[in-house]
Write a protein that binds this ligand. Structure first.
Ligand code: AMP
Length: 402
C-alpha cells in the first residue's frame, strides 16, 4: 500500500515525502483511514512502528477538512512533547497549520505568549496543561479531538488525576484516540468510562521486536562497572543507551565513564534542566554524544536513530518498562542489541516512587535469600541463576516481584 491509497490530501502527501516516508507502516495503514472518519481508537502497537505519524497524519487531515476545530495531544514527558510537536509541525507545515507545545520545565511565560496567537494543535504534558486551564489560558471546551500518547506511561508516572480532569473538561462530542505500546487494566478503565464505542486495534505481539538480539549477563554487583567497560570497548562506534534505576546512579556512572576517558558520554535524568536534557538529546541524535546513561526518563517514545545497543545496567522495574527501554533500539526494522546486567548479590533498593518521590515499596537492605550469591536467587528475568556466565534469551521472561 502507498500513502496515496489512504486518500490523503496533496499537501499532506508532500509533507510525508519531505519527512522521507515512502510507504505507510502497518499501524499507519490500519489507523489513518479510521481516524479521518472520526473513529475513537485504542491502538496498541510496539514502540518504533510509526505511531506518532499515524495519529499525526490523521489529525492534520481532520483539521484541514474542518471536521476537527482544535486538537490536543497529551504526552507523558517533556521530551516526547517536544518530539511530537516537531513531527506535527512538519506534517502540518504545508497546510499552514500552527502547532504549539506546553510542558513543565520551560518558563510558562514563553508558552503563554505562544498560546496567545491562533493555533490548531496543542501538544502538552498533563500537569502543565492543567495549570494553563486553571489560569484560564487554555479552554479545553474548544478542542474536539484528543490523542493520549503513551497513555500507560502517563498513568504509571502518576498523571491519572490530571488526565481524568483534562478528559472531563473536553466536549462530550469529540474524537478520542489512545495510543500505547502496552494496554493494561488501568487503561481499560479509562476506555470504558471515557471512550465508549471505541475500536481496539492491536498490531503485533506485546513483545520485543524480532530484530532485537537480547543477552543476559549474570554477575556480581561489584563487577558491573568493569563489565560495562568491556562491553563499551567491544561496541566502539555504536550508539549506546545505558539504563539505570536512580538519578544518583546515573550521575555516578557518568563520572566513572568519563574518568576512564570514554569520550562523548551524556546523561539524561529528571533532575536536569530541560535545556541541558535537550542538548544531550540533540548531541546523541547528531552523533557528538555516543553513550548516554539515563533513568527511565529516556525509556519512552524518544526517537533516536540508530541506537545500536541498550545496556540495562539496572534491570527495569517491570515488563512494560523493559519493553519501552528495549524499544529505543531496533526501530523501524533495524537491527538492535540489548544486554541485561543481572547481579545476583545486589541489595534490594526501593524504586517504586511516585511523582512526588514518595516510596511505595518497602525498604529492604538485604537481597532475598540473604545475599547468598549465585545459585540462590531467582534471576530477575525469571530464570534460575547459576552460571555466572552469559545467557542468550530472545525475550524478557516475566514480571519480577518486589
Ligand atoms: P514512532 O513509532 O512514532 O516512535 O516512530 C518511529 C520512527 O519511525 C520515527 O523516527 C519516525 O520518524 C519514523 N517513521 C514513521 N513513519 C514512517 C514511515 N512510514 N516510513 C519510515 N519511517 C517512519
Amino acid at each position: 500500500m502507498k500513502f496515496i491509497d489512504l486518500g490523503l490530501s496533496g499537501k499532506t502527501l508532500k509533507a510525508i515525502e519531505a519527512c522521507g516516508y515512502t510507504q505507510p507502516t502497518e499501524v499507519q495503514e490500519k489507523t489513518i483511514p479510521k481516524i479521518i472518519n472520526g473513529a475513537n481508537l485504542v491502538v496498541r502497537s510496539q514502540t518504533g512502528t510509526g505511531k506518532t505519524a499515524a495519529f499525526g497524519i490523521g489529525l492534520v487531515e481532520r483539521v484541514i477538512s474542518g471536521s476537527t476545530s482544535k486538537a490536543l495531544v497529551l504526552t507523558p514527558t517533556r521530551e516526547l512533547a517536544i518530539q511530537v510537536c516537531a513531527e506535527m509541525q512538519e506534517l502540518g507545515a504545508k497546510h499552514g497549520l500552527r502547532t504549539c507545545s506546553a510542558y513543565g520545565g520551560q518558563k510558562i511565560t514563553i508558552q503563554l505568549r505562544n498560546l496567545e496567537k491562533k493555533y490548531d494543535i496543542l501538544v502538552a504534558t498533563p500537569g502543565r496543561l492543567q495549570d494553563l486551564c486553571n489560569r484560564r489560558r487554555v479552554d479545553l471546551s474548544n478542542f474536539n479531538m484528543i490523542v493520549l500518547d503513551e497513555a500507560d506511561h502517563m498513568l504509571d508516572i502518576g498523571f491519572q488525576k490530571e488526565v481524568l480532569d483534562i478528559l472531563s473538561r473536553l466536549p462530550r462530542k469529540r474524537v478520542t484516540l489512545l495510543f500505547s505500546a502496552t494496554i493494561d487494566k488501568q487503561i481499560e478503565g479509562i476506555v470504558s468510562r471515557y471512550m465508549p464505542n471505541s475500536e481496539f486495534i492491536e498490531i503485533g505481539d506485546q513483545e520485543i521486536v524480532s530484530t532485537i538480539n537480547e543477552e543476559h549477563i549474570e554477575l556480581s554487583h561489584a563487577d558491573k562497572v568493569s563489565t560495562l567497560h568491556r562491553i563499551l570497548d567491544s561496541h566502539r562506534g555504536v550508539k549506546t543507551l545505558i539504563f539505570m534505576r536512580t538519578k544518583h546512579g546515573v550521575l555516578k556512572l557518568k563520572r566513572k565513564l568519563e574518568k576512564r576517558k570514554i569520550d562523548g558520554v551524556g546523561m539524561l535524568q529528571g533532575n536536569m534542566e530541560q535545556n541541558k536534557r535537550n542538548r544531550v538529546i540533540s548531541g546523541f541524535k547528531n552523533g557528538s554524544i555516543s553513550t548516554v546513561v539515563a533513568t527511565n526518563v529516556a525509556a519512552r517514545g524518544l526517537h533516536i536513530d540508530k541506537v545500536g545497543l541498550i545496556v540495562n545496567f539496572d534491570e527495569a522495574e517491570n515488563k512494560e518498562t523493559h519493553l519501552h527501554r528495549v524499544g529505543r533500539t531496533g526501530r523501524m526494522g533495524a537491527e538492535g542489541k540489548v544486554i541485561n546486567l543481572i547481579s545476583y548479590d545486589e541489595p534490594r533498593k526501593p524504586n517504586h516512587r511516585n511523582r512526588k518521590g514518595r516510596c511505595r515499596g518497602s525498604r529492604s537492605q538485604k537481597p532475598p535469600g540473604g545475599g547468598r550469591g549465585p545459585g540462590h536467587r531467582q534471576s530477575p528475568l525469571g530464570s534460575p541463576n547459576s552460571s555466572g556466565g552469559r545467557k542468550q534469551s530472545p525475550k524478557y521472561r516475566g514480571r519480577r516481584k518486589r
